[in-house]
Design a protein around this ligand. Sequence first.
Ligand code: XMP
Length: 317
Amino acid sequence: MLGTEDFIREAEESISQKIPAPGKAVIACSGGVDSMVTAALASKAIGSRLLAVYVDNGLMRKGEDEEVEAMLKHMGINYRIVKAGPEFFDALENVEEPEHKRKIIGEKFIRVFEREAKEFGATFLLQGTIAPDWIESGDGIRDTIKSHHNVGGLPKDLGMTLVEPLRDLYKDEVRDVARALGVEASERQPFPGPALAIRCLGEVTPEKIAIVREACYIVEDEIMKSVKDGKDVRPWQYFAVLLPSKSVGVQGDRRAYGYTVAVRAVDSVDGMTATFSKLSISVLNKISVRITDTMKNQVNRVVYDITSKPPATIEWE
Ligand code: XMP
């Protein structure tokens, strides 16, 4: 890669050339560092000819909708929030297979953008695709590990020209660019495009999403507290996964039958390989007690994932 400053200059020039005036573009902003950096670069390059769209798909983390809107406001870019939760849940009804879920979510996203783009008069679609996204989505010679939704879900009849300024960058390089641009999302941990849908194994329902959302919040909160107290080192990524099967537990003196939550925390540089984080027993204990206390009637078991990538992947789907 070029030096960060050179990359920023060249990326801006290239975006201006690819989207000449009076051309307009839309970008899907999820709040993650990739899309926020792409939006920041594009906003510098084409100003108000850019519209950032945040889709409230009902699958985001606790407080995320508000947090992302605040970031967009602060960046001073043209943005719009689209509420589409019920549309996503309807499309995911009875769907269990991970690749199928990803394709459906990717397709829904694109259709929402097409609608917004049409209204805005945009003929260009900016995406924050980075190198691991297309490498792992298969490019003809490679096997598809996972279809990252911003790659695998693109329909053949997409009526817009795709512009992907970060295509050759890895996550750590994107963070350097984010820091140089003063993008607030620079230190946010990665969050997948299909959001909590791929952290809820099997069929996605609003009830199951509510469980995994709370569990993810607890994992993030407890780990950050422990990091602040100097008891743990902040992992590269850390979250919870809701497993689809139930197991037997005991509540008071009664038999309980509830879900299992898996806690996942990994250390990595670029997400291509990863090792599981050696979290302290004290933080794991706090996470376990808090999850089972908060969701007494739903979750009765918490396990810690001790696999690296490979052979596992970071997300469970
Ligand atoms: P895996 O699970 O493939 O994840 O080891 C590697 C990194 O990519 C993130 N991830 C995604 N990001 N769209 C994205 O934008 C996706 O579909 C997707 N799937 C996984 C994952 O969270 C991890 O940081």
